[in-house]
Design a protein around this ligand. Structure first.
Ligand SMILES: Cc1cc2nc3c(=O)[nH]c(=O)nc-3n(C[C@H](O)[C@H](O)[C@H](O)COP(=O)(O)O)c2cc1C
Length: 281
């Protein structure tokens, strides 16, 4: 059986998960960023996985780039498709939302998993991080067993009863998320998509920046140009937070970026992140 594992990652959590699953299933890794310029995405592999981080679970959970990716999928009807999202705490209906897009393209999600990893927007104690990495090793066995046997039916997503009971609370949280992004960008007339893609309007590099270009090289969507030894963001940001988390001099700042938090998965280095961008070089 041939397996392709499509992945997107800003700080390495989803990359580790994708790499580990690939090793256990003899799968081939494909960076999602490398296929996004194609109009339609088709694969001859019998089995395909999608591995990605959860963004804004109260709004949708599926990052915009993953939504666009899933909408480009063709020829999925006879394939075994599985999804794995990594999140810092709660994935809400992320798996279900992705499942709906895949269904609209004629495919069927066979299984969907949620993996707890350190939240790259918060400060997580090292001990807690270790616990999450150990838990992942156990969960990896279950996921690879599912994929290797093409088992179906596991969906780690928010159940309908919670969805119904907590609907008013989620709607409150959703409007809070919109408001937060609007305040960050000092605007009130953008759609959620526009707000996300424009997050970088608030980003800047301070005097510690030496123009090394790491931010530009790790950005999975080529959203940063280095001009006169400083980064210039191009306003098609996917909000992956790679630029400031990988900056070797912690020189990048902006709205929603806490100066105390600089996170990346401990097993991942800058060179590993380049697999998402080097296809263009
Ligand atoms: C813009 C943004 C929004 C996020 N929203 C959520 C969220 O709603 N729920 C959650 O549990 N984690 C959330 N996270 C945390 C990430 O999902 C988590 O740290 C993930 O493992 C990062 O994966 P990566 O290292 O592959 O980029 C968010 C992270 C970012 C950057």
């Amino acid at each position: 059986m041939t397996t392709e594992i499509y992945y997107f990652s800003g700080t390495g959590n989803s990359l580790v998960v994708a790499q580990d699953i690939a090793e256990k299933t003899n799968g081939k890794l494909v960076p999602i960023a490398s296929v996004m310029s194609e109009e339609n995405i088709k694969t001859d592999a019998e089995s395909m996985g999608v591995v990605f981080p959860v963004y804004h679970s109260v709004v949708n959970g599926v990052p915009l780039i993953i939504q666009r990716f899933a909408k480009k999928l063709e020829n999925t009807d006879s394939k075994y498709i599985f999804a794995v999202c990594t999140c810092g705490g709660w994935s809400g209906a992320t798996i279900e939302n992705l499942q709906n897009i895949i269904k609209s393209k004629g495919g069927k999600l066979a299984a969907g998993f949620t993996v707890q990893m350190p939240d790259n927007t918060k400060s997580i104690p090292e001990k807690k991080q270790e616990e999450m990495f150990n838990n992942w090793n156990n969960q990896l066995e279950t996921i690879s067993e599912y994929v290797n046997a093409q088992k179906t039916g596991k969906f780690e997503t928010m159940g309908l009863p919670i969805k119904i009971l907590a609907a008013p609370y989620f709607s409150y949280l959703k409007s809070k998320t919109y408001k937060m992004l609007e305040e960050l960008l000092n605007t009130s007339d953008m759609s959620f998509e526009e707000l996300v893609l424009s997050t970088d309007l608030s980003y800047y590099a301070d005097d510690n920046c030496e123009g090394c270009g790491t931010c530009s090289r790790v950005c999975p969507v080529h959203n940063i140009n280095i001009v006169e030894e400083k980064p210039e963001w191009q306003h098609h940001c996917e909000q992956c937070f790679a630029c400031f988390n990988w900056c070797p001099r912690s020189a990048i700042h902006g709205a929603w970026i806490s100066d105390e938090i600089r996170y990346h998965h401990p097993d991942i280095r800058v060179k590993d992140m380049l697999s998402q961008t080097s296809f263009k070089d």
